[in-house]
Design a protein around this ligand. Structure first.
Ligand SMILES: *Cc1c(COP(=O)(O)O)cnc(C)c1O
Length: 362
């Protein structure tokens, strides 16, 4: 068996321990005589799986009782529509556009009401987070929307925007469970799990109860109302059961590692190795403003497209996979989520040093 160092932005690396445990339980889940893939989502066994997953997530994130946890489908993209359909009572919302994902959410919201771009970093190819301490947010805006960690560009909000009392909605797909968060600062936190938590097919929505109402926009499908899923404890329809089961295992893995404060420390140490190297390299450089750097996604370039391509090819041959940058920006990107071991980044940096010495004056 061969395992590579997988720097994919998503679907991405998962903890090996979790994969091994799932493999052991594949044919016979704890004496049931069947796989979790094969069992009824209404069974006692699955009920325990989903309830334990929720309880562990609540413990990890310290989620208050007045928030619901929903395990849904449709990825982050479906939330781009569900958020306005459920929250745009005044048909007005403020969007902070810090990358492709925020932009897509902003454009989707325009279908349902007046989406107002209150800040953007598009002027400098989304390489920084704009100052959001005193934005011009309309009094009657239903919410303020951010993409907290910008997967493609490698920026992260280090301080949340001043929403001036408005509800904050955040897409945290690529920084989910990478560090502690204060859930009470948000109305909705949501993330597709395939970046940092589990297999594609599950999106987790953490939503304050007062935002769950029947009062959605007209023609909102039953399946796209938060209330439908909240009332049914995420079992309105057949949920992505196997995916939820794997997420549950990742939650237990995180608890065993000491929870989110310990993960933050580990992730900071890990990212620092790569950033420190980039900061002194004569060949490679990071593309993001230092104070806004993400701990999860690290884009970098040589400044020469041919050399970038050569690097990606040789890295792959050496066992470092998926280092190509997003198709919209080029260059390289190393995604170093929770499950990427420090050793993976150390080895990558060794490889980069070696590549630099061979190619610097080539
Ligand atoms: C990957 C990603 C998305 C898109 O997720 P899908 O599950 O494909 O809809 C949205 N937002 C962020 C921040 C992402 O990283």
């Amino acid at each position: 068996m061969k395992r590579v160092y997988n720097f994919s932005a998503g679907p991405a690396v998962l903890p090996e321990e979790v994969l091994k445990e799932a493999a052991e339980e594949m044919l016979d889940y704890r004496g049931c005589g069947m796989s979790v893939m094969e069992m009824s989502h209404r069974s006692k066994v699955f009920e325990t799986i989903i309830q334990e997953a929720e309880a562990d997530l609540r413990e990890l994130m310290n989620i208050p009782d007045n928030y619901k946890v929903l395990f849904l489908q449709g990825g982050a993209h479906q939330q781009f529509a569900m958020v306005p359909m459920n929250l745009m009572k005044n048909k007005k919302a403020a969007y902070i556009v810090t990358g492709q994902w925020a932009k897509k959410a902003f454009n989707e919201a325009k279908i349902y009401g007046e989406a107002i771009k209150v800040a953007s970093s598009e002027d400098k190819t989304f390489s920084y987070i704009p100052d959001c301490s005193d934005l011009d947010i309309p009094e009657d805006a239903d919410y303020v929307y951010i993409c907290e960690n910008n997967t493609i560009y490698g920026t992260k909000f280090k301080t949340l925007p001043n929403t001036k009392g408005h509800t904050l909605v955040a897409d945290v797909s690529s920084c989910f469970l990478s560090e502690p968060v204060d859930v009470t600062k948000y109305g909705i936190i949501y993330g597709g799990v395939q970046k940092n938590v589990g297999p594609a097919g599950v999106v987790i929505v953490i939503i304050r109860e007062d935002l769950i109402t029947e009062d959605t926009l007209p023609y909102t499908p039953t399946m796209l109302k938060y209330k439908t899923h909240a009332d049914a404890n995420s079992l309105y329809n057949t949920p992505p059961a196997y995916g939820i089961y794997i997420c549950g295992k990742v939650f237990k893995w995180l608890k065993k590692r000491g929870g989110l404060a310990a993960m933050k420390e580990y992730n900071e140490k890990k990212a620092k190795i790569l950033y420190d190297f980039l900061d002194q390299s004569k060949l490679f450089r990071g593309t993001v403003v230092k104070e806004d750097r993400s701990l999860m996604n690290v884009p970098f370039v040589t400044g020469n497209e041919e050399l970038d391509a050569k690097f990606i090819k040789e890295a792959k041959e050496a066992g470092f996979e998926n280092l190509k940058g997003h198709r919209s920006v080029g260059g390289m990107r190393a995604s170093i989520y929770n499950a990427m071991p420090i050793e993976g980044v150390e080895k990558l940096v060794e490889f980069m040093k070696d590549f630099e010495s061979k190619n610097l004056n080539a």
